[in-house]
Structures are given as C-alpha cells and as structure tokens.
Design a protein around this ligand. Structure first.
Ligand code: ADP
Length: 414
C-alpha cells in the first residue's frame, strides 16, 4: 500500500512516497520557489540520482501536478499509476485547540483548519492549498491531516497559559501550542521502546534542527514544550531569537522605527545563531569559525547550548526528575561537539555522557555512560514516516468503525 506524504510551505512542497507494506521510502523530493520564478522540482527516486526539472510553477496545484507526474514518469517514476496511491498524509502546522490527533480530512476538518489560519498565517494557508490540490488531482483518495501542534495538546493549563489577562486566551486563543509534535512523539515512542516498553518514564526530547524545541513527556504524554503560540518561543534557533524579555519588542521598535512586520522578520529570520554569530545559521559553519578564533561564533554556540541545558533542567523540575534525554534533528543527530557541550554541566541530574559512544552521527545510539542514571539517546527523527503511519491507521480504523465511510476507504483499506 502506497502513501504519499505532503508537506507544503508557503513557497515549497516537500514530499515522500512510502510503500507501507515494509515502510520503505520509494521516492522523495522538493518543489521549490513556487510563484517566485526559477521554480524547480527535485525528485529523488530511492537508490537513484536526484533529477531536477525547472518549470514555471506558479501555484501549489501546478507543483503537486509535477510531483504526481514525476512519481509515474517512465524514466524517473516509481509507480505505474496514481491509482496505486492509497492515501495522502499532509503535515498541517496549526490545529489550534481543535485537534489533538490526526484526522481524515472532511469538509468540517477543512473549515476548522481554515479557522486556525490566524494562528499559523504562514503555513496553514499553504497546507490548505496542498490539500485542495491533492483533492482536485486525486479525487476519491482519502487524505489525512497530521498536526504539528497535536501531540502537545495534553499540556495542562498551568503549562500552556501565559501570564497575560485571561481574556487574551479566551478571546484570542493566546496560549502555548507547541510545534514539532510529530517529531517529539516519534522519538519519545522510540525511546520508550528502547527502554523495554516502560510507560512510566520522564523523557526530555530535544529536537535541534534549524528550528528547535524541547518537550517534557511524562507517561508518554506531553506535559510541556518550549515553542509557544508560534514557533518563535523557546530555544535560540538558527535564525529565530527564542525567549526574549517581551519589553524588548516595543523598545527596539521605537529605537529602530521597524514596523511590526519588519520586527517579525528581525526576530524570525535575522536573529538566533545567525544574528549573534554574524557568520551563519548553520552550526557547521559557526563551529568552523569558532575553531578559527572567531569569539562571537564561539559565544553564539555557548548561548545555544546554555539555553538547551536550562530547558533540560527546568523540564526535569517540571516532571520531578528525568529518566531519558533524547537528541534529534540535524544538529541533535549530527553534532558531537554540541551534544557534548549541552550535556556538560548536567551531571548533577545523574546525566553522564560517554564521550566514546557520543562519536556518532545520524543513527540510533545510546550515548550515556554505563553509570549514568539518566539514559541519553540519539534517535534520528522521521516525521514523514509518522504521517504515513497515521494515514494508514486512520483510514483502516475508519473502515472498521464508520458505517458511512467513503467508498475509496473500503476499497483500499477494508
Ligand atoms: P530543519 O529544521 O530545516 O528541518 P534540520 O533538522 O535539517 O533542519 O537541521 C539543520 C541544521 O542542523 C543545520 O542548520 C546545522 O545547524 C545542523 N547540522 C546538520 N548537520 C550537522 C553536523 N554534521 N554538525 C553540526 N550541525 C549539523
């Protein structure tokens, strides 16, 4: 059974096609610069070279058409017809308070995703465009929405409320939602498996990519996470500032004359590792600069690690201790030195990194020392696979339970 996973950004579409009989990825790729000129599709069939095709891709529908054409193409394709695709799973950024689980997309779900546009103004409209384009090009194929915010919906009110007047929450939905939920869920579940299936664990998951967040997971449920109403809060990231004194915003806006939109860009695109180091948003470049004697680069790395360490400490306090710490995403999976810097100073929690085991990149590995009370794992994340699994599970379950299920579901999943 084939499942297509789609992740639409405002000007891009990432995709991956899975054969769910053995959970292998048959192809993946990226449509880039939609509506911006010089747009292109890069398609990578498994075990073959990437192919890039440039075209005028002026909207998401055209982009998805190109993806589908590539998947069935005689030369670069991996399936012989679109009818082989049993379901499409979409990454949807913001599900607000409405969605804690992945759902089959219906007109009611679409209306609710529309309502969340004001919470995710950059991503939700693109997600909607992607869903509509797939519905148009693959009529009758069930589509599933998997929300970035979903996993975090178990947070208690004392963790998700801000210290603003209560009406900010009631009237405008201003609260912590959290993001990267699919990734935190996947690595927490893997950690539970690696700990012999123990459910009573206190796990801190560190998703450290270009965007970065930490989650506190107790008994398999998220109890706190570092991103907030938007993905700007929490850790310092590649180009995002993370936690700030909120008074800095009006202060600097008055000083510089920046408009709200300009300031939004300043905090989201020009800050973080890039803004502090003045070198790059990529840790590899900053590490190189730091090794070459660039003090600001070194300082930026120190600020980054200090903040991750502080979050780990505070989430240990939030859960009354910690049993497992997991590192994932580009930096978490690959940067030996940053993992080491982050863990240095956490020994008081019973967290001892094994520097030999830590010499690992991009694969599942325990990196804590034998005597460490807290287990430390590197677990590569796989958000696309979670979306594909959720899609199969939801479609199969609905076939069994929903008497009015769409005919396409019965045909493929019953
Ligand atoms: P995104 O959030 O865009 O999905 P990724 O999870 O791919 O990001 O992470 C990208 C970041 O991971 C890079 O910007 C870089 O900082 C970091 N990274 C990737 N590989 C390495 C490496 N070998 N060493 C250090 N950092 C790395």
């Amino acid at each position: 059974m084939m499942v297509l996973v789609i992740n639409c950004g405002s000007s891009s579409i990432k995709y991956q096609l899975f054969d769910m009989t053995n959970e292998s990825a048959l192809a993946k790729g990226l449509v880039d610069r939609i509506g911006m000129g010089k747009s292109s599709l890069t398609h990578i069939p498994a075990h073959r070279d990437a192919v890039t095709r440039t075209a005028d891709i002026h909207n998401h529908s055209v982009g998805i058409r190109m993806v589908l054409d590539a998947l069935v193409d005689k030369e670069i394709g991996v399936i012989d017809g679109l009818d082989k695709i049993a379901a499409v799973g979409h990454r949807v950024l913001h599900g607000g308070m409405k969605f804690s689980d992945s759902v089959l997309i219906t007109p009611e779900v679409m209306a609710a995703v529309e309502e969340c546009v004001e919470l995710g103004p950059l991503h939700n409209p693109a997600n909607i465009l992607g869903i509509n384009a797939c519905a148009e090009l693959m009529p009758g194929v069930p589509q599933v929405a998997v929300f970035d915010t979903g996993f975090h919906q178990t947070m208690p009110p004392y963790a998700f409320l801000y210290g603003l007047p209560y009406e900010a929450f009631e009237k405008y939905g201003v609260r912590r939602y959290g993001f990267h939920g699919t990734s935190h869920r996947y690595i927490a579940q893997r950690a539970i498996q690696m700990m012999g299936g123990r459910k009573d664990l206190r796990i801190i998951t560190c998703h450290l990519g270009n965007g970065a967040s930490v989650a506190a997971i107790k008994n398999g449920q998220c109890v706190d996470t570092s991103m907030g109403l938007t993905p700007l809060e929490g850790l310092m990231m590649g180009t995002r500032c993370g936690d700030l004194d909120p008074a800095i915003v009006p202060f600097l806006m008055k000083k510089t004359g920046m408009t709200p939109d300009q300031f939004d860009t300043y905090m989201n695109k020009k800050s973080g590792l890039l803004g502090l180091s003045g070198v790059s948003n990529d840790v590899r470049d900053i590490e190189e600069a730091a090794l070459g004697g660039n003090d600001r680069a070194n300082l930026a790395l120190e600020v980054y690690c200090y903040r991750v360490r502080k979050y780990i400490g505070s989430y240990a306090a939030a859960m009354g201790g910690v049993d497992v710490i997991v590192f994932t995403a580009g930096l978490g999976e690959n940067s030996i030195s940053m993992r080491s810097r982050i863990c240095h100073g956490l020994e008081f929690l019973g967290t001892i990194l094994d520097s030999d085991k830590n010499q690992t990149r991009g694969k599942e590995q325990e990196i804590s020392a034998d005597g460490s009370v807290v287990k430390i794992f590197v677990i590569p994340t796989n958000e696309e696979l979670v979306i594909a699994r959720d899609s199969v599970e939801i479609c199969s379950m609905l076939c069994k339970t929903d008497k009015d299920h769409p005919p396409a579901l019965i045909e493929k999943f019953a």
